[in-house]
Design a protein around this ligand. Structure first.
Ligand SMILES: CC(C)(COP(=O)(O)OP(=O)(O)OC[C@H]1O[C@@H](n2cnc3c(N)ncnc32)[C@H](O)[C@@H]1OP(=O)(O)O)[C@@H](O)C(=O)NCCC(=O)NCCS
Length: 330
């Protein structure tokens, strides 16, 4: 799916939150046959956050939602839409969207969860945009977050070192100029078994273990391909090139994947946002966390053209270009 964004809609508030507990590579090497050196050189990850047993997604997402609403100057009661992009909801139902809408005090909001793996936040942004552009929503809260630590096999060194927990939220509202310019989203279900959670739904598996399983090499190849093709497609749709982009915010899975895509697309280091070293792959939390870091260091600011691309389970991918409109200074 690809389309230009005719209606002027933008991100007017952004907030993020991660669990307090830090797990370093050295911590992991105490119980796994791995090392800080292997993890850093193969992935760029130094540490990640891990939720406690008591913490659920809504607990980690709640401060992010409050911060996004505060920055936008929007009362929760005025929200009419809450979408939570996640593969680790508090439970299958009720949705974490409904739980958060209740906790925030947004009784008039439609609220639900959306499942598109690590691309979830990009899919949810596009859906939120569509709801505003179509006139169904005036003020939407889009949450991207995951606690993948709850689904990991902590004895499998090829997966558990890669992921971390975190959440972000943005408020979407109509603006006079700027905002979203285009979206491109896609899915290739044929590759789904390269990153999956067999036994987590209605399909029967004899011995599913209910833990994340991944073919790392195949996902690596997929990721390097779609980060480039999706970015090129959305730029082309807007009649723009990589030179026009001020800030590149790719999904934070592996610094080697990011470097490969940035090089192919022609982005110099100073345009590329990287925080996978501190958080690992936080799935749907990854792009808002990276946006927040780029806002804090001054790269994301009004007038800047920001390119975001996610990819993940499904297999899925999604890009958006936005002309940033909100002053982010604290
Ligand atoms: C997982 C990934 C980091 C592995 O890196 P790689 O360079 O491809 O490594 P390989 O899979 O070739 O494994 C090389 C060796 O390291 C070993 N290894 C794997 N994980 C290890 C770890 N944590 N510590 C030490 N050794 C490890 C493997 O067992 C293998 O050993 P062998 O050669 O004796 O069989 C990489 O494939 C990747 O990032 N894939 C994409 C994953 C991803 O982004 N998923 C989420 C998408 S949203």
């Amino acid at each position: 799916m690809i389309g230009s964004a005719a209606a002027r809609v933008s991100i007017t508030g952004l907030g993020c939150n991660v669990p307090a507990k830090v797990v370093t590579n050295d911590d992991l090497s105490l119980t796994l046959d791995t090392s800080d050196e292997w993890i850093r050189t193969r992935t760029g990850i130094r540490e990640r956050r891990v939720a406690s047993q008591e913490e659920a997604l809504s607990d980690v997402a709640m401060p992010a939602c409050l911060a996004a609403l505060a920055q936008a100057g929007v009362n929760a009661a005025d929200l009419d839409l809450v979408i939570v992009a996640t593969v680790t909801p508090d439970m299958t139902f009720p949705s974490t969207g409904a739980i958060l809408a209740d906790r925030l005090g947004a009784p008039d909001a439609a609220a639900y969860d959306l499942s598109a793996g690590c691309t979830g936040f990009m899919y949810a942004l596009a859906q939120g945009y569509g709801m505003l552009a179509g006139g169904l929503s005036q003020r939407a809260l889009i949450v991207g977050g995951d606690l993948l630590s709850k689904l990991l096999d902590w004895t499998d060194r090829s997966t558990c070192v890669l992921f971390g927990d975190g959440a972000g939220a943005v408020v979407l509202e109509a603006v006079d100029s700027g905002g979203f310019l285009a979206f491109e989203l896609g899915a290739d279900g044929a590759g789904g078994a390269n990153l999956w959670l067999p036994g987590s739904g209605s399909r029967h598996f004899d011995d599913p273990a209910n833990l994340l399983k991944m073919n790392g090499r195949e996902v690596f190849k997929f990721a390097t391909r779609v980060l480039v093709s999706s970015a090129e497609a959305v730029l082309d749709r807007c009649g723009l090139t990589a030179d026009d982009v001020d800030v590149y915010v790719p999904h934070q899975a592996n610094v080697r994947i990011i470097d490969h895509a940035a090089k192919k697309l022609g982005f110099p280091d100073e345009k590329v946002v990287v925080n996978v070293d501190r958080y690992g792959n936080t799935s749907s939390g990854s792009i808002p966390l990276a946006l927040q870091d780029a806002a804090a260091d001054g790269r994301v600011r009004p007038g800047r053209l920001v390119l975001m691309t996610g990819m993940g389970a499904g297999l899925t991918w999604g890009s958006s270009l936005i002309e940033w409109t909100k002053e982010m200074a604290a």
